[in-house]
Design a protein around this ligand. Structure first.
Ligand code: 3HC
Ligand code: NAI
Length: 708
């Protein structure tokens, strides 16, 4: 018993309550409190049985992740949870774990050491450690297969997805689902269990027998595919496999060995960084966290194209009625047909029921006028990219919107202040920049204009959460955070092919680095015409004499826009499978010859460094200019919007792991070979490198200075 864990008697059952908000993580003091509380209850003759329950919103959400950071940076490892779990399992009185909210990681491991588990109907159990680059470290890989069976345990430990109460019950992870009051149900269950012999999970072996070895081979194959490059899923599979081969104690020892390997790996540092970075983005100086100032009850969207359709779905998915306006019936029909098709696919994949789709579609009103826009709390604009059109649309919506309505543009690159100048209310204008497909991608850049009010930002951050997005605040620079950094990344990819690498070499090198796809493959997917239109819009800003990529515009002039036209950097078959395109290769060679570029053989290392360090260097400028609040915010943008490998933590964290001195030296090398204009090191990068600091240190200092 201590301030984190208390025990009281209720109906002759000792109720042990963990109170460690917000998520009852197993922070220092919680395991100790559990140990003493359970010992006290075991020694109390008035208690027939013991119930363990979490106060507040959840059971135990796992080990305290902050502690892992301390351990890998040299602090002494606190005692493992493992002995405590053995003690709980050996308790002479039955221990019933009452689960609500989430029993994740160490939380599920604690629960499995109890003799019985009961669960609220909407609770979840899971072993999500792999998402942090580690594996269960307190016998989860040994107890879970004994309860859930080997196949399900492999899946849960290797891929980290949780299961709900009904499934957990059917699998045998929990013994009962309690409708109504969980504590009362758990106490009643405990009183009944008191008279019976109580089972120890570690002694149950019936589900381990005859485990099909194909389970492990299949899981390894799947991990190679969907967790490409990651070591923890493979370690988790090894650990569960050892449960089928070794005794419980030996299996635990093997798990501990694998856990340590994972914990001390660069991958776990990167994934833990990503976990906290994602949760840190909503901390904005002067803006209250998660506090919607305006209520968003009704939305309206202008444009039902690729993005407008996805944005409309986001609102409908969140239960917010939404009007979507187009200029022609044909465009409206096309947009609605895509929305219907997307929902039909979700039904086909079993992700949504017909009834849910019907309900969501009933929230969408397609139309050709601004009727009803005066009722909207937010209007999202997603018309073609072009300043003149954007300003015209904003003037129109300014004329119809009610006071206080938020006006959000989905522009990819344009100046939010100039767009806002078309209205009489710049304080409610900002960018809500979604990523394609907008109904799937979780990133939302929330772009602050110079007049955007804090209330509008706070509402937007809260709205992002409601729409199941990760809102990242960005300043109003051309391309904001993500697209601004993408420009030099894609530039280097194109320079590399002009200098002698093949399109396939460039794509493969970055794919092998861990990117979801290579840069030129990504351009083909997004549509080369998108960048072409933007380059035309900004051509007047190009500095004379500075090298620019030569080929993309020529491909567009030939009508080769990428996947949508079947040809771009690569050629695509009817299943959108790419193959090398000899015409593109010839075009590249010709363009290089005309420009006098000497072609040479280029290593994979140079391809990766040129592209990724171009991202890092621009990221440092974005940070220095305050376009991004934190390096970690940039990482969140790249992890969630651009397919940067999570296990590398994002471009800025990756630079920290390489070492900023090394990064700076490499950039200086590129500067010597190429030009000052393209490769002069960002001043912030130089400052940090020369003082031996990291981007992570910069974030901490900026947060302290801003008081967040
Ligand atoms: N340790 C420390 N802090 C944690 C935490 C944990 N395990 N889980 C959540 N938090 C913190 C968050 O950082 C956040 O803090 P902040 O308010 O200061 O930003 C706060 O709790 C609330 O978290 P969320 O914003 O994520 O709240 P949600 O309600 O959206 O989600 C959740 C709750 C589902 C529990 C989610 O936080 C989550 O998935 N947490 C991680 C769970 C996990 O990975 N557990 C395994 C840990 S590793 C382990 O147990 C090893 C073991 O095998 C030995
Ligand atoms: P799109 O071409 O698919 O759709 C634009 C739609 O706007 C068309 O259906 C058009 O008929 C409609 N439209 C034009 N003028 C209109 C008006 N006055 N009223 C109502 N509808 C009108 O274009 P897409 O790709 O959806 O892009 C829209 C915006 O989103 C652009 O600003 C673009 O830069 C941005 N964006 C695009 C991304 C992408 O990957 N396609 C990603 C993120 C942002």
């Amino acid at each position: 018993m201590n301030e984190l864990v208390s025990v009281r008697l209720e109906d002759r059952v000792a109720v042990v309550t963990i109170t460690n908000p917000p998520v009852n993580a197993l922070s220092p003091g919680v395991p100790e409190g559990l140990r003493s509380s359970i010992a006290a209850a075991a020694a109390n003759p008035a208690a027939l049985a013991i119930v363990v329950i979490g106060a507040g919103r959840t059971f135990i959400a796992g080990a305290d992740i902050r502690e892992f950071g301390k351990v890998v940076s040299g602090e002494k490892l606190r005692g493992s949870l493992h002995p405590l779990l053995l003690e709980i399992e050996d308790c002479a009185k039955p221990v019933i774990m009452a689960i609500h909210g989430t029993a994740f990681g160490g939380g599920l491991e604690v629960a499995m050491a109890g003799h019985y588990r009961v669960m609220a109907p909407n609770a979840l159990v899971g072993q999500p450690e792999v998402k942090l680059g580690i594996i269960p470290g307190a016998a989860g890989t040994q107890r879970l297969p004994r309860l859930a069976g080997v196949a399900k345990a492999v899946e849960m430990c290797a891929f980290g997805e949780p299961v709900g109460a009904r499934e957990a019950h059917a699998l045998g992870i929990v013994d009962a689902v309690i409708e109504g009051d969980l504590l009362a149900g758990a106490v009643a269950f405990a009183r009944e269990a008191a008279g019976r012999p109580h089972p120890k999970t570690r002694e149950r072996i019936e589900k381990l027998r005859d485990a099909d070895p194909a389970i492990f081979a299949r899981a390894r194959q799947q991990a190679a595919k969907i967790r490409r490059g990651q070591t923890a899923p493979l370690a988790a599979i090894d650990a569960v496999e050892s449960a089928t081969r070794l005794s419980f104690d030996e299996g635990c020892a093997r798990e501990a060995e694998l856990f340590d390997q994972c914990l001390y790996s660069a991958q776990s540092k990167a994934l833990i960084h990503a976990f906290f970075a994602e949760r840190g983005v909503s901390k904005i100086p002067g803006v209250p966290r998660d506090a919607a100032v305006y209520e968003i009850r009704r939305a309206a969207v202008v444009g039902a194209g690729t993005m407008g359709g996805g944005i409309t779905m986001n609102y409908a998915n969140a239960g917010i009625p939404v009007i979507v306006k187009e200029t022609s019936q044909e465009a409206l029909d096309r947009g609605m047909a895509t929305i219907h098709k997307n929902y039909a696919n979700s039904v086909k994949k079993g992700k949504l029921s017909h009834a849910a789709v019907h309900q969501r579609l009933s929230l969408i009103t397609p139309q050709l006028t601004y009727d009803g826009f005066d009722q909207a709390d937010i209007i999202a604009e997603a018309v073609f990219e072009g300043m003149a059109l954007k300003k015209q649309v904003f003037a129109e919506i300014d004329a119809v919107a009610r006071p206080g309505c938020i006006l959000a543009s989905n522009t990819s690159y344009l100046d939010i202040d100039e767009i806002a100048s078309a209205t009489k209310r710049p304080e409610v204008v900002l960018g809500h920049h979604y990523f394609s497909p907008a109904n799937v991608m979780r990133l939302l850049e929330i772009v602050r204009g110079k007049a955007t009010s804090k209330d509008v930002l706070a509402t937007s951050m809260a709205l992002a959460k409601k729409l199941n997005k990760i809102g990242v605040l960005a300043g109003n620079a051309r391309g904001f955070i993500g697209n601004r950094m993408l420009t030099p990344y894609l530039r280097e990819a194109q320079f590399l092919v002009e200098e002698g690498a093949s399109v396939e070499d460039v794509n493969q090198a970055l794919y092998d680095f861990g990117m979801a796809m290579g840069p030129l493959a990504m351009s083909d997917l997004a549509g080369l015409d998108v960048g072409w239109r933007i380059r035309k819009e900004f051509r007047h800003l190009e500095k004379p004499g500075v090298r620019v990529p030569l080929v993309a515009d020529r491909l567009c002039e030939m009508g080769r826009f990428g996947q949508k036209t079947g040809r771009g950097w690569s050629q695509y078959d009817e299943n959108r499978q790419p193959s090398p395109d000899p015409e593109t290769a010839a075009l590249i060679e010709q363009a290089a010859r005309e420009a006098g570029i000497e072609r040479r053989s280029i290593t994979r290392e140079e391809i990766v460094d040129r592209c990724v360090l171009a991202l890092v260097n621009e990221g440092a400028r974005v940070l220095d200019e305050g376009i991004a609040l934190r390096a970690a915010d940039i990482d969140v943008v790249y992890l969630n919007g651009y397919g940067f490998p999570a296990w590398r933590g994002g471009p800025m964290f990756y630079a920290d792991t390489v070492g900023l001195k090394t990064v700076l030296a490499r950039i200086e090398e590129f500067r010597q070979h190429h030009s000052d204009d393209l490769w002069s090191p960002a001043p912030l990068l130089r400052r940090l490198a020369e003082s031996g600091a990291r981007f992570t240190d910069f974030d901490r200092q900026r947060e302290v200075a801003a008081g967040v």
